[in-house]
Design a protein around this ligand. Structure first.
Ligand SMILES: Cc1cc2nc3c(=O)[nH]c(=O)nc-3n(C[C@H](O)[C@H](O)[C@H](O)COP(=O)(O)OP(=O)(O)OC[C@H]3O[C@@H](n4cnc5c(N)ncnc54)[C@H](O)[C@@H]3O)c2cc1C
Length: 399
């Protein structure tokens, strides 16, 4: 197995870096670097730039507007974007809805949705989890009733990221009670402005607003918004999970943390941080750099070995490791900020409600605290780390 980057891959990485230097608005990169959750309007100029470049949908088949990049090129792209403080663009639309429509959608659905998603005109949220269906996703209860050319939905979704900004939800709903629970699920594209859709924000530990509850009360959706065959939702969900092997490895974000830590430490030293404390933090940073390097090699091995029967276990392992390293990296920053984080630890600390930032090194604190608190959730979303450990065990020991 070859783990060196080829000359072609190195040239590709340089091309991406050049593009980032030219096209990523510096004000947006600075805002992203603060660590707060960005809004749709913030991210729009970067989405447009990627779209104009033809790089907006790396994971889609080329005939639908994908880039045709190899898994290695996608890794290099993600890493370079992370280091350059490029924000994530419309993740659910581009990495979930698009690929599902390319694979399972009717021509009419592809026609209606793919290009608007690529252009950034349509944002989606993912309505899978419910109060009684998270790890056990097959327990989804959101009810459907077919009436002529319509589907009527009633249900309660929870933890729905960006529901307050989305135009549509990709909704996993129950279309049959026959057979095993997973055999009666379907995916439906549900307009968020339809009568009967209620979005209620959920306050999270980090004080930012990204997740919501969504209540569906007799929401009428055209039957043509059903993706693929009725009761084929589980196969579509599995298809998605199978494709997103390494996205949750966080290689870009980890590189971002590593790159900015020395600067933060310098500023703290200049502001009076004790030299011995700084030395300890630097040692932790060096250890973290080695751990991230090793983690990247694991991701690359996974990408290089697409045919492995243990791919599922590998994807779960890099998800667990990536989320743990991310938390470590963010906590290291918080430790370097020391008592400066205390004023930042107030509720509802969002860019709009934040107090004026203190000058100097302390200006980093609110965003760093928010982000570090948020990364606790990385062990939960995308399937909890306990569930990932179960997958690793059952894949390796065929249980
Ligand atoms: C910030 C954030 C954003 C999210 N965004 C979305 C979104 O956009 N759309 C969406 O649909 N969902 C979203 N989720 C929901 C997420 O997918 C679920 O929280 C997750 O799947 C866990 O489900 P649960 O919360 O119901 O916990 P449960 O499944 O009830 O689990 C509770 C605890 O029990 C453990 N557990 C459960 N089953 C097992 C088992 N078999 N073996 C060992 N341990 C087990 C879990 O690991 C966990 O610690 C988001 C969650 C968070 C925190």
């Amino acid at each position: 197995m070859e783990l060196e980057f080829t000359a072609q891959e190195q040239a590709f990485e340089e091309e991406v870096q050049r593009f980032l230097a030219d096209a990523l608005p510096p004000s947006l990169a600075a805002k992203e670097a603060q660590g707060f959750h960005l809004h749709r309007e913030d991210v729009a100029p970067w989405h447009q730039a990627l779209w104009r470049q033809g790089w907006i949908a790396p994971g889609w088949p080329q005939r639908f507007g994908g880039t045709g990049w190899s898994p290695m090129e996608r890794f290099l792209f993600e890493r370079a974007c992370g280091v350059a403080n490029a924000p994530e663009v419309s993740l659910i639309a581009l990495s979930m809805v698009g690929p599902v429509l390319c694979e399972f959608g009717s021509d009419a659905l592809r026609e209606r949705f793919l290009e608007p998603i690529r252009r950034g005109d349509l944002w989606f949220c993912q309505g899978f989890s419910e109060p009684e269906a998270g790890s056990d996703l097959a327990a989804v209860r959101c009810r459907t009733r077919f009436e002529g050319d319509s589907i009527v939905l009633n249900g309660h979704k929870i933890w729905t990221t960006d529901a307050h900004m989305a135009d549509y939800m990709i909704c996993l709903a129950r279309t049959s009670d026959a057979g095993r629970p997973r055999e009666g699920l379907s995916m439906i594209l549900l307009p968020m402005d339809a009568p009967g859709v209620w979005v209620r924000p959920i306050a999270t530990l980090d004080g930012d607003h990204h997740i919501n509850e969504v209540f569906l009360e007799d929401v009428v959706v055209p039957r043509e918004n059903l993706v693929g065959e009725v009761n084929s939702g589980w196969a579509q969900a599995r298809y998605l999970l199978g494709r997103e092997r390494t996205h949750n490895a966080y290689v870009g974000m980890l590189r971002r943390y590593l790159a900015r830590f020395p600067g933060l430490l310098q500023r703290q030293l200049a502001a009076g941080l004790d030299g011995r404390v700084a030395e300890g933090l630097l040692r932790d940073h060096v250890q973290l750099s080695l751990d991230v390097e090793a983690h990247e090699w694991s991701v690359l091995r996974l990408l290089a070995d697409e045919e492995s029967s243990q791919l599922r276990a590998g994807a779960s392992a890099v998800k667990v490791r990536g989320s743990e390293l991310l938390l470590k990296a963010s906590e290291l920053e918080v430790m370097a900020l020391g008592s400066q984080v205390i004023p930042a630890m107030t509720p509802a600390m969002t860019p709009t409600t934040a107090q004026p930032l203190p000058a100097g090194a302390g200006a980093d604190a609110p965003g760093r605290v928010t982000q570090s608190l948020y990364w606790r959730a990385a062990a939960i979303f995308g399937g909890t780390n306990e569930i990932q450990r179960g997958i690793i065990y059952s894949t390796l020991f065929h249980r």
